[in-house]
Design a binder for this molecule. Structure first.
Ligand SMILES: [Zn+2]
Length: 135
């Protein structure tokens, strides 16, 4: 069954590009609500839209190209949508990622055994990859 992104104005579906990935809504209720708020999707009659278990969001809405389970990461919720593409430029998105990486580094110093150490490497790899691919 084809999966189609449920973001407003996004026509991406999994039969289109192999580079796209699709992500189900988080099971965590709080995060679920954050995603739902971010999507700003309402039914034509004005009632709130509720995602089904088949609803997915494509990776085009995440700064790093995939959701993060880290609450402090900018990709904890999808942020890139048609309705706000002018608000946040590519540069600002990179800065957001960098700030997150720096914050993780700082927290690593205070607690070298922090689990988030993996996240630092991951985020740095993404930032570097994106920097290279933009050249
Ligand atoms: Zn999408």
């Amino acid at each position: 069954m084809p999966k189609t992104c449920c973001a407003v104005g996004c026509q991406n579906h999994n039969m289109m590009l192999k580079s796209l990935s699709f992500h189900k809504f988080p099971k965590d209720q709080e995060r679920f609500n954050l995603w739902l708020t971010a999507l700003k999707r309402d039914r034509p009659d004005g009632t709130p839209w509720i995602p089904t278990k088949n609803s997915v969001v494509c990776n085009a809405h995440f700064i790093s190209g995939k959701p993060s389970s880290d609450q402090t990461h900018p990709d904890y919720v999808p942020t890139l949508f048609n309705y706000n593409t002018n608000v946040s430029s590519k540069k600002q998105q990179q800065q957001k990622l960098q700030r997150h990486a720096n914050a993780l580094k700082r927290s690593m110093k205070t607690n070298p055994y922090s689990k988030s150490g993996v996240g630092v490497q991951e985020t740095n790899a993404i930032v570097q990859k994106t920097a290279i691919s933009r050249k």
